[in-house]
Design a protein around this ligand. Sequence first.
Ligand code: NAD
Length: 362
Amino acid sequence: MTTRHASGPRDSGEAAPLSFRRDLPGTRVVFAPGALRELRPQLAHLGVRRAFVVTTGGRAAGLASPRDVLGDALVEVFGGAREHVPVDTVSEALGRFRASRADGCIAIGGGSAIGLGKAIARASGAPLVAVPTTYSGSEMTSIWGQTDAAGKRTGRDPAAKPRLVIYDVALTLGLPADLSAASGMNAMAHAVEAMYAANATDGTRAMAEEAVHSLTAGLPAVVAMGSELGARTLVLVGAHLAGCALDEASMGLHHRICHVLGGTFKLPHARTHAAVLPHVVAFNAESAAEAMRRLGDAIGNADVAAGLAALNRTLRIGATLGELGLRRTDVDRAADEIAAAPYPNPRPVTREDVRMVLSAAL
Ligand code: NAD
């Protein structure tokens, strides 16, 4: 899919315009410059005649004019997708989906739009199409999430998985530098935790390693110049591969921490991932030696935690958990919740360990 490389981060200019198609079980992937043009013909293959578009109210909604792309196949645009998929948003969107008599849902945007699309697909049985505009990787997973007053619930359900994913790099060119950086580090976290997941296969690790190479090489150039097509392509490929790895592997302590900080403490998803990742990697390093060796090669620093922290600095992600909204007085409650339902992790985790990691990231 991408060219092979020697150890160490690669040159961001390596990935010239790249196109590929993958027919994975249940999901067709079209990755190409201008791929948005394929949306309508591909919808016909899925038997979708009345498409309901979900997106976020921000700039993502204006990236593509859904009417220009979908013509009379478009029945409604719902622009109210929100982070962590609040249940009241799901109720509202599902009511509109049903009233519109749509027979397919198209999520255009980042993980928030795709997450809402997953909720609609699970509730209605209609096929979901994802047109990602960030690097969340959600488009490649059967993982769903929803948030209510009790916090965030997640699970895996084949019905949540998009049947068609359209990657058009042009849709990412306007993603601002700070969102690109944070979203790219969210993708990095998927790949890093897949590398040391007990249930990862050789194939999962190969995709994750390739993702780390691509993200490490592409992200600095994307943040320096967002219109650089080669770097944007490299990062989008990295996000795709990281999403595939996320779908195949169980996630560890890092994802458990981010799940609770986002769901219960309302911290922003991608920037929280960026802030926490170096600290969890430092905690896990000695219990995942082979993964760290490969990750070290991929990011160009044998001390992976230090390499990730340095990448955060290069990407001008300065955020600490404190700056993102976690108070020192929240740490005990967060540690209780995180330790109460631990995810599988290469190093056993106690509540005190969680407190230590959170305090280091504060
Ligand atoms: P997001 O979807 O909330 O987008 C962030 C902001 O960027 C929004 O304001 C949006 O309008 C804007 N935006 C998106 N694309 C843009 C573009 N190209 N140009 C300009 N603005 C753009 O953020 P996200 O980080 O992509 O997604 C976070 C959500 O995804 C969280 O709820 C998280 O739990 C979920 N997620 C789910 C999975 C999964 O597998 N289920 C994986 C990763 C993330």
